[in-house]
Ligand binder design. Structure first.
Ligand code: SAM
Length: 410
């Protein structure tokens, strides 16, 4: 443990080091660069201490927690995120994984392609050719035959990781879309081989996992689960390192809906809608819900919200108010979960909302102070993730950099 002054030095050094390939097990938009949790863990904790990520996404912090020999926990409202984070960090036996894969391969070769029920997916025929859907269902049913959950989860995540590749959705697009380019490729006879793509993908991913597994100092406890970090009590920890969704940020759920339907993590479009509304920074609200402005109790913010309402952007006024009320609730939980002297490291961004720049980092600092978390560092951080550069929505403007905020619980 070296403290806040060396955090940024360690970070500069870590950014130049290669990332563990296991981080790429599954795509996920808005991923952390691993250097951030790695530097924070080195600077703010000792081996054996507890590291938490309340918005863990695909588990970048969890992987780095394992590599550093710390204990940890992670929470995310998205069940796919939890599955991916668990697949990356589970304590799996490599020989067993390899032998399960050979069994799977034999099962695929022997299959007579009986009718297998497809999971619910909106517009299945639009997104998947009939033979592709059939093969995906077959792979899924073979995986579901495994008894042990960690292995089953690993292969389900491998299956999820190829869904976009074998679908009709254009891989160049962030949100699924069957583009003109894809239609043209299909007209020219685009080949899709689900079984081969899956087996090759598993082999590559097992290889990545193997390298990571060899690098762990010891299997410390890691508790990763679905949870709402704005309403739930968070487990104790010495360090929290996280990047929550930004105001006006990418619609995470939409980028992953095909995968979630295939893994049966969403029963239908109503479940999709309800989960989307729960996410921090959600913009899925009805007129009657945002009829009245929300007060956050922070004068600068309330002035922004009022201005948005006044200029006819009621929904975004509501989204902004709700976002900061939820951030405040999260900071209260975070303060209760951090041990005295513990740190919270947040990667976040200011946002441009329709007509106004919201200096979110200033409000984070103000709200954190109200919950006993004092800011000890606030620095800008250049974008390093291609996915974060995605245009967030038609009204949001890209802001040139993110912030790294470090808070201490005294
Ligand atoms: C920027 S992503 C985190 C990415 C992660 N750092 C990684 O490397 O993959 C933000 C995550 O917050 C999750 N999220 C949104 N609202 C949440 C809430 N109220 N509680 C817990 N997780 C939430 C989203 O599902 C998303 O996975």
């Amino acid at each position: 443990m070296t403290g806040v002054s060396s955090f940024f030095d360690i970070l500069a050094h870590e950014k130049r080091r290669p990332r563990a390939p296991v981080h790429s097990l599954h795509r996920y938009f808005g991923k952390f660069i691993p250097a951030i949790p790695r530097a924070a863990i080195n600077a703010f904790t000792e081996p054996g201490q507890m590291v938490g990520d309340p918005f863990m996404g695909s588990g970048t912090t969890a992987v780095e927690t394992r590599l550093a020999g710390r204990e940890g926990w992670g929470r995310d409202l998205n069940p796919l995120a939890v599955r991916v984070a668990r697949a990356k960090t589970a304590d799996l036996d490599l020989h067993h994984l390899e032998s399960l894969l050979s069994t799977l391969e034999s099962g695929l070769a022997a299959s007579k392609e009986d009718e297998i029920e497809l999971p619910f997916c909106t517009n299945m025929e639009h997104w998947f050719r009939p033979e592709v859907a059939k093969d995906l269902a077959l792979v899924k049913s073979l995986i579901n035959g495994y008894e042990a959950e960690p292995e089953r989860n690993f292969f389900l995540v491998c299956l999820s990781a190829i869904i976009r590749e074998v679908s009709n959705a254009d891989p160049r697009h962030v949100f699924p879309g069957y583009s003109k380019r894809m239609r043209e490729l299909d007209r020219l006879g685009r080949m899709v081989d689900v079984r081969r793509t899956f087996v090759k993908g598993c082999q590559r991913r097992i290889g990545h996992y193997a390298k990571f597994r060899q690098a762990w100092p010891a299997a410390m406890s890691l508790d990763l689960r679905v949870g709402d970090s704005c309403t739930d009590e968070l487990p104790p920890c010495d360090l929290m390192v996280t990047n929550p969704p930004y105001l006006g940020s990418i619609r995470y759920l939409e980028t992953m809906k095909l995968e979630m339907y295939w893994l049966s993590l969403l029963a239908d479009s109503e479940e999709y809608r309800l989960l989307d509304r729960q996410l921090l920074a959600s913009e899925r609200w009805y007129k009657q819900e945002y009829a009245q402005p929300i007060s956050t109790g922070v004068s600068g913010l309330d002035a922004i919200i009022e201005r948005l309402y006044h200029e006819g952007h009621e929904k975004m006024g509501y989204v902004t108010g709700r976002y900061f009320l939820m951030i405040s609730a999260f900071l209260r939980s975070a303060s209760g979960s951090l041990r005295t002297g513990g740190h919270l490291v947040v990667k976040m961004s200011d946002s441009f909302v329709r007509i106004v720049t919201v200096p979110a980092h200033e409000y984070w600092i103000q709200l954190a102070a109200e919950h006993g978390l004092d800011v000890v560092a606030c620095r800008t951080d250049d974008y390093h993730s291609r996915s974060l550069l995605t245009k967030r929505n038609s009204f949001s403007r890209m802001l040139p950099h993110d912030y790294l905020l470090v808070f201490r619980r005294d």
